[in-house]
Design a binder for this molecule. Structure first.
Ligand SMILES: Cc1ncc(COP(=O)(O)O)c(C=O)c1O
Length: 427
């Protein structure tokens, strides 16, 4: 199973570091030669439905782009570009210091205020990436005697933050509230003094699924635990004014710590953590590491996110949400009619199972050569043998001939063996 995957290179032994990294490069080069190395490429076109990717060997793939994360299609909006230009004129290119030591810029300060207001929280802090936000929030909130109870499939930044915090970590079954309750019960029986932080996402991007947030909140409250929710992929897409699935579930004001990313809907890099407790955001600034030991988000990115947020929270944002979800649902239906296994719920991303890595890589290559550019997801992002294509949709995709795209994807899938049910389980 581990044979032809990144798993083969996860362990490394011996004193010579470059030498022991070499087999990984050899493997990548072999895949490059056969056209199945779709990672670390150069994106040559502007973000949009038309994509040009250049691989390491200079080979260009030009086609319909389903590989960009720009769920409301605002990354090329002229109003947003103007805001970014205005920030350069007013504040220059760079914040030139960490947030804690150097201070933040006015667009970042305003962005933090607006995000807190939007989410019904009182405080918000900003990070250079969404990854840094998830990592730092957990790292800064819990300590060694505490417990983190985390969904088994939670994003890498959340797992790394939990590991770095020194707290005891317990994983519960994906989206399974019964499993969460069992773990909380067990921990509280043994330890009624320490803090417990329940960590979940509202929409998992590899599966396009999420938990019953009302039930998650109830389970946490019954065991005197706090909740950290990462809403990277649903914020801007669901809920009133785009405030996400927690709003849709009616529990937004019961989430203790909300983290998210700007990179899916807010047209730039960056992330945030919002809460109703200033002492908790301060603790993350002090102990989360990334606000102290990494430079702040730049003024261009802050102004970009701020202007985009205005659009996202407006009536226009409402129309874009309706469009992207209608387009994604329509595309899922077309893909399923062609025999594709689209997992999860309708959202701005569509995971299409391919199962074995070998099959998925080959399908991705053939689609790219045929002018359909998709992300290929394989271990370590998902379990071995559970590879998938991830199609990312924006409102602009609605103008494409999705029927013929679905037919071409369906034909590729049918020419390979069917995906078996067991491939869905984590290795
Ligand atoms: C749940 C979740 N959190 C955080 C991140 C990281 O966000 P960013 O790419 O902005 O660093 C991602 C990235 O895709 C994610 O899926």
């Amino acid at each position: 199973m581990r044979g032809d995957s990144f798993a083969r290179f996860a362990l490394a032994h011996g004193p010579n570091i470059p030498e022991r990294c070499a087999p990984l490069l050899d493997w990548a080069n072999r895949r490059l030669a056969e056209g199945t190395w779709s990672f670390c490429r150069v994106q040559e076109a502007r973000t949009g439905t038309d994509g040009i990717y250049r691989g390491w060997n200079g080979q260009r793939y030009h086609g319909l782009n389903f590989a960009a994360q720009d769920y409301l299609g605002l990354a090329q909006d002229p109003r947003v570009i103007d805001a970014a230009r205005g920030a350069i004129d007013a504040f220059g290119l760079h914040g030139a210091g960490s947030e804690v030591n150097g201070g933040t810029t006015p667009p970042a300060d305003e962005l933090a205020r607006r995000l807190a207001e939007w989410l019904g929280q009182t405080h918000c802090i900003i990070f250079p990436t969404g990854w840094a936000a998830g990592y730092a929030a957990i790292r800064g909130l819990v300590r060694k005697p505490d417990h983190v109870v985390i969904d088994r499939l939670a994003h890498n930044c959340l797992r790394e933050g939990a590991l770095a915090s020194g707290a005891s970590i317990t994983a519960f079954d994906h989206n399974n509230v019964t499993s969460l309750r069992q773990e909380l019960e067990r921990i509280r029986l043994l330890d009624d003094k320490a803090a417990i932080l329940v960590v979940v996402e509202s929409l998992y991007s590899m599966d396009s699924d999420g938990p019953d947030l009302k039930e998650i909140v109830a389970a946490a409250r019954d065991h005197a635990a706090y909740i950290l929710l990462d809403c990277a992929h649903d914020l801007g897409i669901f809920g009133r004014a785009g405030t996400g699935l927690a709003d849709e579930a009616g529990v937004l004001d019961e989430i203790d710590f909300i983290v998210g990313s700007f990179s899916k809907v807010l047209a730039t890099t960056g992330g945030f953590m919002a809460s109703r407790w200033r002492q908790c955001t301060l603790s993350v600034q002090a102990f989360g590491q990334s606000n102290t030991f990494s430079n702040q988000l730049g003024p261009i990115q802050a102004a970009t996110a701020l202007r985009t947020l205005e659009i996202v929270a407006s009536q226009e944002g409402e129309r874009l949400r309706v469009q992207v979800l209608a387009t994604a649902e329509h595309f899922r239906t077309l893909l399923e009619q062609e025999g594709a296994t689209c997992i999860g719920r309708p959202s701005a991303l569509i995971p299409v199972l391919t199962g074995s890595e070998k099959v998925g890589r080959e399908i991705t290559r053939r689609l790219a050569e045929d002018g359909i550019l998709v992300n290929f997801i394989e271990y370590p992002a998902v379990a071995l043998g559970a590879s998938r294509l991830r199609l990312q949709i924006s409102p602009q995709h609605g103008a494409l001939d999705l029927n013929s795209v679905a037919k071409r994807i369906g034909a590729e899938l049918r020419s390979h063996r069917p995906v078996s049910e067991h491939s869905l389980t984590m290795a």
